[in-house]
Design a protein around this ligand. Structure first.
Ligand SMILES: [Zn+2]
Length: 387
């Protein structure tokens, strides 16, 4: 073999080795199953594609956990992981699935709403691929996803993203952001099919209340809040005032802008009879001026750069050495969801949704998030859903 050929072969082998070294962890992350143990209140688990055939067999099809109460009443839908790099929504949804007992009405919970995004990552920001939540019996491992669906599942991105049906021009960067794809259409892009499936569930099952749980940067004004359109404002305000008075945490109300299309809190309300709410808990991990994006920062929300910015009054939330830990963010979501359901039920007795056994803010802050997850190795194998 000539010297040049040998050199080419060595370089090709080195490139292949580099591709395998970099690709295998991403492949494993994409195929890592999170185990969810069906709690005492779960009466059925269906696929979202049952509401729209356009999702069938696609990577966006996802599990819907149904918790039907002992008595009839109203219906609520809860979404986690609209953005799969904001785990507080996912964890609140899973705590409800594993612990809630529904006395009246029905809950539909979709913990991995943008399932494709939960199998994506953000290498440019050095995101961890997983995070572990400690429990008394070991750690529960979750995939850390990204804001957008994986380009392996929806591609190519357009130069300009044209919203359906409003035709509003949005950034190309939002074509794979499912929270710009509402209300969707049956045979549109994967993200439009996904929101259409949820809209069909809302319309066919006559859902009264829809809650989309997120996290947002501490330097972004729409954080630590409930976003609600006019039709949901009264309940949002009562929920915010009640948690402040009885549980001692702030969660202000933001009005959903009428002219900004594609958002769950706008389109669910405009295209169905449901009352939509979007919850934002502050997640320091998402802020740009932080140290490395470590699992520790994701869990405890402590960062020295944010602390110095807080002293210069650059953040939109109070921030000190205690950071903004995961249990506080998840506890805030659990309490606000319960309070929205309670306020809705007070005014709509015939459509009441009564949920028991879900921990509230103070319990989560005291006990941690892991306390509310069952050990899959000790659970009946038939009760485990892998998602
Ligand atoms: Zn979000």
């Amino acid at each position: 073999m000539k010297h040049a050929d040998l050199l080419k072969s060595v370089l090709a082998a080195a490139l292949l080795a580099l591709l395998i070294w970099g690709g295998v962890p991403l492949y494993r992350h994409r195929h890592y199953p999170v185990q969810v143990v069906r709690g005492p209140g779960v009466t059925n688990v269906v696929r979202l594609s049952e509401f729209t055939p356009g999702l069938r067999g696609t990577p966006a099809d996802t599990s819907v956990f149904v918790l039907e109460g002992k008595e009839p009443g109203g219906k609520a839908l809860l979404l986690g992981e609209t953005h799969a790099n904001e785990p507080e929504g996912l964890l609140a949804a899973l705590i409800i699935i594993e612990n809630a007992v529904v006395e009246k009405g029905t809950l539909y919970v979709i913990p991995f709403f943008n399932r494709s995004a939960s199998r994506n990552t953000r290498p440019g920001d050095g995101y961890p691929l997983y995070f572990d939540v400690p429990t008394a019996w070991g750690a529960v491992r979750f995939r850390m996803g990204n804001r957008d669906a994986s380009p392996l599942d929806q591609w190519p991105d357009p130069d300009v993203y044209v919203h359906y049906p409003d035709k509003q021009l949005l950034s190309f960067a939002d074509a794979r952001n499912v929270n710009r794809a509402w209300p969707g259409r049956p045979l549109g892009t994967l993200m439009e099919r996904l929101t259409y499936g949820a809209m069909e569930l809302i319309r066919r099952e006559k859902v009264d209340v829809a809650v989309d749980a997120h996290g947002a940067e501490t330097m972004y004004p729409v954080t630590n809040c409930i976003v609600a359109p006019d039709k949901s404002l009264r309940i949002a305000t009562l929920a915010a005032l009640t948690v402040k008075a009885t549980e001692g945490f702030e969660d202000h109300v933001e009005t959903s802008p009428r002219g900004f299309r594609g958002l769950s809190h706008r389109e669910i309300g405009d295209f169905s009879d449901a009352l939509p709410f979007l919850l934002e808990a502050p997640i320091p991990f998402l802020d740009q001026p932080t140290g490395p994006k470590t699992v520790k920062l994701l869990l405890d929300g402590r960062d020295p750069f944010l602390l110095s910015l807080a002293r210069k009054k650059k953040l939109f939330v109070p921030y000190d050495e205690s950071g903004w830990p995961l249990e506080r963010r998840v506890g805030q979501h659990c309490s606000v969801i319960l309070e929205i359901l309670r306020q809705f039920s007070k005014k709509n007795m015939g459509r009441a949704i009564v949920v028991q056994s879900v921990p509230r803010y103070a319990e989560l802050v005291k006990n941690g998030v892991g306390r509310y997850f069952a050990d899959p190795s000790k659970a009946d194998p038939k009760s485990i859903v892998r998602e």
